[in-house]
Design a protein around this ligand. Structure first.
Ligand code: GLY
Ligand code: MN
Ligand code: MN
Length: 435
């Protein structure tokens, strides 16, 4: 890990220095930030560091300040260890990244800024709260500078890819345990607890709200309240993990033997479609084209499984697949689960227009080597969207409502892997751990 990080930080600092030149700045400051508090409460939310801070420095702690100047060899890390007897505070443990920073320990942010400030230079700060920075001759980063940082974050270094691979390995342990518990008849609550235990995470650490849904609940796309009672014949789990701040984002759908054969066949088709879509990931490919292919595959499922008796053209013209697959094919993945720069056309932040037929597609970019993306097609029986489909009388006549009624108890299907684009083609970071 140390050798990978060395290359990562050297390259990232070189890129940051180039940005300083371009933006006519002398110094870039990045604060890791402090926890937010609930309204009228003394309870903090679970702390997540500023992602730009973790892009340079993996320490997960609060209150740190990073300084990169045009001429400094190593970034200076003002490392916050407060005099605090209420909480466990950050500590340096000889981690693989420590040698690559000039570390100065301090117990007070004001003092750190006083030492770090450059009154006669042009300085920008990337921080969730730039109040302190402003007092120390530093302006919040411009939107152009932020867009440029987002752009360079899109193409992952080998170190970052390794972190995401390890985050897949970690999450896969939880997925496998949850699968086994589902087959034994566990409740959603137990499945979630077993997921956390087996993937070695507490709830606040997980990269996003895990979706642990049985039966009908798996048609609720961001289902958030796992129930303590009952078991199910179908199970959708969308759950990830973090390693050095980098996320995995994985979905699997499992069924009990008792499920209708045709539903099992639809599941197998979504799985084979998903693999074909993963194989499309390659530099130069338009991500929207992968989404379009996934959408057409849904139309084909509707026809092949006699859920829709019209033609493929008719299904597409009437947007029938949208009612069974309303979300996009995926998104970039990194320190943020829905990572930055997804709709940027270039480094300065020009955005790509949202295609009118795909309002919820999160990623519009052309794929570049070292991009890490999710590929997550789905097929669901969502009551609200089916009601809307029913209102289109001429189309509704061609929909097999009896079959939909039968399958609605199963909820929905999604399969999601994390894929990295290589110089040509791609590598699947999930399947080695979760075939
Ligand atoms: N888990 C959120 C997503 O798949 O985008
Ligand atoms: Mn997901
Ligand atoms: Mn995802």
């Amino acid at each position: 890990m140390k050798a990978l990080f060395k290359k990562h930080i050297e390259h990232r600092v070189t890129q940051a220095k180039k940005l300083l030149e371009e933006e006519h700045l002398d110094c870039l400051f990045i604060e890791s930030g402090f926890p937010e508090y609930y309204y009228l409460d003394d309870q903090p939310t679970f702390f997540k560091a500023n992602p730009h801070f973790n892009f340079f420095c993996p320490d997960p702690g609060q209150g740190h300040l990073l300084k990169i100047t045009k001429d400094s060899e190593k970034p200076i890390l003002f490392y916050y260890i407060p005099d605090d007897f209420w909480h466990e505070v950050s500590s340096l443990k000889g981690e693989f990244w420590e040698d690559f920073f000039n570390i100065k320990i301090f117990n007070d942010t004001e003092k750190a800024w006083k030492e770090a400030e450059e009154p006669n230079k042009q300085c920008a700060v990337v921080s969730p709260n730039s109040e302190m920075a402003r007092k120390h001759f530093c302006q919040p980063a411009s939107s152009t500078l932020l867009s440029k940082l987002h752009w360079i974050r899109s193409q992952k270094s080998d170190y970052e890819i390794e972190c995401i691979r390890l985050a897949n390995k970690k999450a896969a342990k939880g997925h496998l345990r949850a699968r086994d518990c589902f087959l034994d008849g566990a409740s959603e609550w137990t499945l979630f607890m077993e997921y956390l235990l087996a993937s070695d995470q507490r709830e606040g650490e997980i990269p996003y709200n895990s979706i642990v849904a049985l039966g009908k609940n798996s048609a609720i796309l961001h289902y958030q309240f796992p129930k303590k009672d009952g078991s199910g014949s179908t199970f959708l789990i969308d759950a990830g993990a973090r390693v050095h701040g980098y996320c995995s984002d994985i979905t699997r759908t499992y069924v009990q033997n008792s499920v209708d054969t045709e539903y099992k066949e639809i599941l197998a088709r979504v799985e084979s479609n998903q693999k074909a879509l993963c194989a499309m990931v390659s530099p130069g490919v338009d991500y929207v084209a992968i989404h379009r292919a996934s959408y057409q595959m849904v139309a084909q499922i509707l026809i092949d499984f006699n859920l829709f008796s019209g033609s493929l053209e008719e299904a597409l013209a009437a947007k029938v697949p949208f009612h069974f697959y309303p979300h996009g094919i995926g998104h970039p993945l990194g320190i943020q689960v829905h990572d930055v720069g997804a709709k940027q056309n270039d480094s300065s932040g020009t955005t790509i227009n949202q295609p009118t037929d795909f309002p919820y597609l999160r990623t519009l970019r052309t794929i570049q080597a070292q991009d890490v993306l999710t590929i997550e097609p789905g097929f669901y029986f969502i009551p609200l969207l089916l009601e809307q489909l029913k209102k289109n009388e001429s189309i509704s006549k061609k929909v097999n409502w009896a079959m939909i009624e039968k399958f609605s108890q199963y909820g929905g299907i999604r399969i999601e892997d994390n894929v990295v684009a290589l110089k040509s083609g791609s590598d699947n970071l999930t399947r080695p751990f979760l075939p």
